[in-house]
Design a protein around this ligand. Structure first.
Ligand code: ZN
Length: 81
């Protein structure tokens, strides 16, 4: 299982072969994990990945699952399990 590498930021293009783009709006992307990538925070496989370069993000509905947060210098990642 490959863990997303965020040690030098996060580039979604490195993982696009296994991440299906579900939705994109402005500075944010919602992706589905199709390749059993592992979460960089807890090292378990995740279901969905939210990536944003926005400074502020609001979620109207909280994830209905455990989730992890990962930050890079210019991105926020939210991974649900
Ligand atoms: Zn996690």
């Amino acid at each position: 299982m490959e863990t997303l590498d965020v040690s030098d930021g996060f580039d979604v293009h490195e993982y696009r072969h296994g991440l299906k783009l579900h939705r994109q709006d402005g500075e944010s992307m919602y992706l589905v994990n199709r390749a059993d990538f592992a979460c960089p925070a807890c090292e378990r496989p995740f279901d969905r990945l939210f990536v944003s370069s926005a400074r502020e993000v609001t979620f109207a509905n909280p994830p209905d699952a455990p989730f992890c947060l990962v930050r890079t210098p210019d991105r926020l990642l939210l991974l649900t399990h």
